[in-house]
Design a protein around this ligand. Structure first.
Ligand code: ADP
Length: 294
């Protein structure tokens, strides 16, 4: 199984004529409530890709319907606790040109403790993977405890913050970053320098750098595997990274060859960017198979 310690957010999406200015009150022309959070998106992508995924997280008891939505997507949610802390949520303003401005509140995502982690990792098997992002509390415990149990540890430090550098990064087997995160972690700007820095400072971990429509590079020791992105008409790149991670990891955990797993990740995320939205844009396995057969 893949045990994902991840955020579950409620995205409140408001269409507005322009972003609200200081002191101003404006009416929204359309409102939608959607299941979101990088953690939930990645669990959904893993489940859509056919992986056995267990989500560990927390939401407010009045939002149990969002847990049901995850279960309906095929995610094992026995590790999702409902408590009395407000659910994590995002207030998202979207303008007619598609730009967004977001206020994020961590809420229940920040109530994960070291005890939550040890309870969730009590019954594991040696083939299990642990995955986490940077939207929940006690990430250091997740990395340390999983590594102590000799489970494979995958980390996606998104959204990037200064605290990431202080985490026990030596516990990580697989680091998945986009260009911004890769630059922040290594302190380098040019891609070749970023790659050299990872190879020099992190020889034992595998590192995947996603490069948007440039595709993806995977570093394994001195080897660099490059896979190009598929050429599509992108309309909304939200959750591209989450879709890539779910589809890549599902295949890779199942011992698919690294290049083939990268190609599946790129195909699934290429489909996702041709559709609006986050979780709702993540394709099914059949759609990915059909896309690759073309
Ligand atoms: P993030 O969403 O985390 O910033 P990226 O933008 O690097 O991550 O996108 C993740 C993956 O999604 C890329 O490696 C690529 O395979 C795919 N992707 C993203 N944008 C496009 C695009 N415009 N066309 C095709 N594939 C894309």
């Amino acid at each position: 199984a893949i045990i994902n310690f991840g955020s579950i957010n409620i995205d409140h999406v408001y269409q507005v004529e322009h972003f609200v200015r200081p002191g101003e009150t404006i009416a929204s022309t359309h409102y939608q409530q959607l299941l979101g959070g990088k953690g939930a998106n990645q669990s959904i992508a893993l489940a859509q890709a056919g992986a056995d995924v267990r989500h560990v997280g927390s939401i407010h008891e009045s939002d149990a319907s969002f847990k049901q939505a995850l279960i309906k997507k095929g995610v094992d949610c026995r590790g999702v606790k409902c408590n009395d802390t407000p659910s994590g949520h995002a207030i998202i303003q979207v303008t007619p040109s598609g730009e967004n401005a977001i206020v994020l509140f961590g809420g229940a995502n920040q109530t994960i403790t070291a005890d939550t982690v040890s309870a969730a990792l009590k019954e594991t098997s040696s083939s299990d993977w642990v995955l986490t992002q940077n939207e929940t509390s006690s990430i250091d415990d997740v990395l340390k405890q999983a590594s102590d149990k000799q489970l494979k540890v995958a980390f996606n430090p998104a959204p990037m913050s200064d605290s990431v550098k202080h985490l026990p990064l030596d516990c990580i087997d697989l680091l998945i970053v986009n260009e911004t995160e890769a630059a922040a972690i290594t302190g380098k700007e040019a891609l070749d320098e970023i790659i050299s820095a990872f190879q020099a400072n992190w020889p034992d971990a595998e590192v995947i750098i996603t490069l948007g429509k440039q595709g993806v590079k995977m570093l394994r020791g001195d080897d660099v595997i490059s896979v190009e992105a598929f050429s599509v008409d992108a309309v909304d790149t939200t959750a591209a990274g989450d879709t890539f991670i779910g589809y890549f990891l599902s295949a890779y955990c199942n011992h698919t060859d690294a290049r083939q797993a990268l190609i599946r990740g790129c195909a699934a995320s290429a489909i996702a960017v041709t559709r609006e939205g986050a979780a709702q844009s993540i394709p099914s396995q059949q759609e990915v198979d059909r896309f690759l057969a073309k």
